[in-house]
Design a protein. Sequence first.
Length: 279
Amino acid sequence: MTPTGLEPWILPAVNASLAMYKNQDQIKDFWGKFLKLFGSKKAILAVTGMPAVGKTVLLEHVSGQAYRAGYVPPGKSDRPEKAKVKGARTLVVTAFPGQQTPVRADAMNKVFEGKTPVAGVLHVVSNGYTKTRGEWSPAVLQQAGADTLDKFRSWQMAEEVKDLQRTGVEIRRSWQKHRRPMWMIVAVNKVDLFAEPEQLAAARDSYTAASSPFREELDQLTEHIGSDNFHWTTLPACNWLESFTWGSQQIPSTLNVGQRDVLVYQLSRSLQAHASAYD
């Protein structure tokens, strides 16, 4: 499976009861296979993205942790979360908090400019369907003009571009220090809210079309590092099936558990492909 910049976005129609068990078993074996793809004794996977886009929950689905009985999604995280996966090699997974704080800045600096180069970045976005926290409460945003769901999503997607710019700065620093190839998978999360074909195509264009501000940032990053040394792709993603409410508007979650698990499995396969190509 060779990674490309524009992998197809496919939402298969599946029987939930059959796909759920099949893909969950495959997902649980993911880390062991993933580790074998790295040549060094230690590898680092960085998980980045804005607050509340679902970084930790998505990672816990990809790693299989979310399939344990009684799983409950974690709440807000103010500090980087690290997990070590050990075997013949060690994979250090660091999920950074989305809030722009000194703690986050310091953690990103230590990881991206540390002794061990970052092998890859899983960057999570949400097509504007991100719950607000802190100073940007719903009331504040609505008073500022985001009084409809479309306006709110436009604001959030502009924030996603700014967040990608900040992540890009760290990737450039890592390249300047280590001169090691790196890849990024942009996981467009919460697809259960925009799974219809036209909606899905519009979401894909928001991140990959030539006129997209998000794509422009990715292209600039690729130009700076070089296409032989940096590769990105986008994939639809989904973890926690949940409706989204903004003001009086509610967007229902439309995927079933089996479809969600197929998307999780596709993301794990893409991670393996990227690790293999850039070993």
